[in-house]
Design a protein around this ligand. Structure first.
Ligand SMILES: [Zn+2]
Length: 257
């Protein structure tokens, strides 16, 4: 019985993925079978409850914005439930901020993911005011009490090295930056040839200045990692064979093959 149940759940997951794939097509083609929008189509045309339709729509919006999420779901790192629930928390964030939030939810149960999201949304938003001068930039930043206490502790711990906040913060920027620059790319054990490790992905995006690398295209949304020599033609998932393309140019390239 348990084995049967497990099998059914597996089928359920597979069907959900297939349904979303089809809904994505409907969404992209804007053909809602006579209904005014996808939501109405899902409720009136397909008979979904409004709650389910809304969750499905949330997933679609996120996947459309960050196509790599589909891979994460298929790898089991994120579930559709987690994606759908996270939507209302992150919908107003920039794509990069959304990515950052979603990465903290990877490999978490959807219950735990909700906890994380709720905790984050309670945290006061950090405000930064920036003023540019010819030779420097002055920023003032609002920290929560908790963050300020942490900063104080950091300063106390490293007091011999950084006698004031200014030096401490500069040192922190330096260390964080260095850590980022020193990213090494280990050969990944994943059997999936499409798999591109997150660090490599980040590196490629950064190298591309978070923009599409198609000549003349400045798109900074809906970015995808593209295999210059396609996998089907023995291209590999190595840095020299990867580039960042926007959804549009990736599609265009796919069509030209
Ligand atoms: Zn482009």
């Amino acid at each position: 019985m348990l084995k049967e149940l497990q099998n059914l759940v597996w089928i359920e997951k597979k069907i959900t993925a297939e349904i979303l794939e089809k809904l994505q097509e409907v969404y992209d083609n804007k053909d809602f079978a006579g209904y005014t929008n996808l939501f109405e189509y899902m409720v009136k045309g397909l008979g979904y409850s409004e709650a389910t339709a809304s969750l499905r729509q949330s997933c679609l919006k996120l996947i459309r914005e960050m196509p790599e999420l589909k891979v994460k779901v298929s790898e089991g790192k994120l579930s559709y439930t987690t994606l759908a629930r996270s939507y209302k928390f992150i919908k107003d964030q920039s794509t990069e901020a959304k990515r950052a939030t979603l990465s903290t939810l990877e490999n978490q149960s959807s219950r735990k993911a909700l906890e994380i999201l709720e905790k984050q949304s309670l945290a006061p938003e950090i405000k930064v005011h920036k003023r540019c001068y010819q030779d420097k930039v002055r920023i003032t930043i609002d920290l929560s009490h908790e963050e300020y206490e942490r900063l104080q502790r950091l300063k106390a711990l490293s007091s011999h090295a950084h006698e004031n906040y200014e030096k401490l913060i500069k040192a922190l920027i330096h260390t964080a930056h260095k850590k980022y620059e020193n990213t090494h790319f280990k050969q990944h054990k994943s059997k999936n040839p499409r798999y591109i490790p997150q660090r490599l992905r980040n590196h490629l995006l950064k190298q591309a200045k978070y923009r599409c690398q198609y000549p003349g295209c400045m798109q900074d949304h809906y970015l995808q990692i593209d295999h210059i020599q396609p996998l089907a033609k023995d291209g590999r998932s190595t840095p020299d064979n990867l580039q960042v393309l926007c959804h549009h140019h990736n599609q265009q390239k796919a069509c030209s093959h």
